[in-house]
Design a protein around this ligand. Structure first.
Ligand code: GLA
Length: 439
């Protein structure tokens, strides 16, 4: 690229940044379903019709999201990942879906999805090719691709970064943000940019990302294994001082998809992923086969209190408070109305571990608290911050608590609505036997 082209782009970039993407979307972490981790780049619709990347697969998932209670819980974005395209642009230079697998086109699929009260996401790549080698979106195609997606009725763009260099990324990610804005169609913008720069400052400028993107991938792709989930949790926790302040309403770190319901996680490990994604204020984007889900896994993904913690309107990302030599890590997330979430995670591999502590040791103010155990459904009232208690945590499992102060706080409770759901859960479970032992 000549120097005049580069300076032209820089001018465009400055103009773009002044029109940042602030369209009011993603006030809480986006929720939905994405094809990649479970269905990858399976384009074999001859021998594997049920599982290939095709409009039929997305229609099936739209049906499941709308008929099996997911949409009402907030899982609203149905997101196409890589491998939807034909390997050539059309005569007008627009990306086009492979007609053998998407015979109705994306606009028709978007209508199908919208008719079911859902939203459609799509994938493109800031570079010469997508990660799987389909046509990319180099700088000079950004405008046309944004316009094409808007004209199809797309609601969400995952913008990957394979086959581009850091200079192109620095220009391209803000340019796409402005181009999406210019379409006039509100779209959620998910940027993979930081993942291509090592995920940390000084290479990554999280203030800029917060201005131009709603969410961003920071780290490696998730795989269907506990090792992968654990590695992601570890990286996000080790780097929380850089990552945690970057998050807030409209701007989220994305540790990648929920793999709950696939082949790699036990029930305990699935609870651990759900709990950690909830306290880390992570997007809850499942990648699994909603047509065929184990009931235990469905219950974890549909746990209303875990979802409500994730979707807390204050939007503060949680932090790892403690890492014990015993292999127990404690996470904490402040929530609206003086409530909070605690997660006790066991990295042990032997047996359930009885962990003893008290709330004042976990930075709680003096007072009395009510605790709701998110996965067992039990409630305990009258837990004093200085009373010793113990929790039994399974290997690679969690105990997750929703904690609320018992005395009404002096703070005015201006918006109790987000907790209505919780309140009814509490009532339901109030009579159940507590799992907590107060010593
Ligand atoms: C990258 C992304 C994945 C997925 C694939 C598709 O690896 O990080 O999430 O989109 O590309 O090729």
């Amino acid at each position: 690229m000549g120097s005049s082209a580069v300076s032209g782009l820089l001018v465009l970039l400055l103009v773009s940044v002044s029109y940042g993407l602030d369209n009011g979307l993603a006030g809480t972490p986006p929720m939905g379903w994405m094809a990649w981790e479970r269905f990858r780049c399976n384009t074999d619709c001859i021998d594997d019709l049920q599982n290939c990347i095709s409009e039929a697969l997305f229609r099936d998932m739209a049906d499941r999201l709308s008929e099996d209670g997911w949409r009402e819980l907030g899982y609203e974005y149905l997101i196409i990942d890589d491998c939807w395209m034909l390997d050539q642009r059309d005569k007008e230079g627009r990306l086009q879906p492979d007609p053998s697998r998407f015979p109705g086109g994306i606009a028709k699929l978007a209508r199908y999805v919208h008719d079911r009260g859902l939203k459609l996401g799509i994938y493109a790549d800031m570079g010469s090719h997508t990660c799987m080698g389909f046509p990319g979106t180099p700088l000079h195609k950004i405008q046309i691709d944004a316009q094409t997606f808007a004209s199809w009725g797309v609601d969400y763009l995952k913008f990957d970064g394979c086959y581009s260099n850091p200079v192109e990324q620095m220009l391209g990610y803000p340019m796409m943000s402005a181009a999406l804005n210019d379409t006039g169609r509100p779209m959620v913008y998910s940027c993979s940019w930081p993942a291509y720069l090592g995920g940390l400052p000084p290479n990554v400028n999280y203030s800029l990302l917060g201005e131009i993107c709603h969410l961003w991938r920071n780290y490696d792709d998730i795989e269907d294994s506990w090792d992968s989930v654990q590695d992601i949790i570890q990286w996000f926790s080790d780097n929380q001082d850089d990552l945690q302040p970057a998050a807030g309403p409209g701007r989220w770190n994305d540790p990648d998809m929920l793999i709950i319901g696939n082949f790699g996680l036990s029930v305990d490990q699935a609870r651990s992923q759900m709990a950690l994604w909830a306290v880390m204020a992570s997007p809850l984007i499942m990648s699994n086969d909603l047509r065929n889900l184990d009931p235990n896994m469905r219950a974890i993904l549909q746990n209303k209190v875990a979802i409500s913690i994730n979707q807390d309107p204050m939007g503060v990302q949680g932090r790892r408070l403690l890492q014990k030599k015993s292999g127990i890590d404690v996470y904490w997330r402040p929530l609206s109305n003086s409530c909070s979430a605690l997660v006790f995670l066991s990295r042990r591999t032997d047996m359930p571990y009885l962990y003893h502590t008290y709330l004042s040791k976990l930075n709680y103010e003096a007072g009395s608290y009510q605790v709701y155990d998110v996965f067992s459904g039990s409630t305990r009232t009258g837990l004093n911050s200085t009373s010793k208690f113990s929790v039994s945590i399974n290997p690679s499992g969690v105990v997750m608590w929703y904690v609320s102060p018992e005395e009404p706080s002096s703070q005015t409770r201006s918006d109790p609505a987000p907790h209505r759901e919780l309140d009814s859960e509490f009532r339901l479970h109030k009579s159940s036997i507590g799992r907590l032992t107060v010593l």
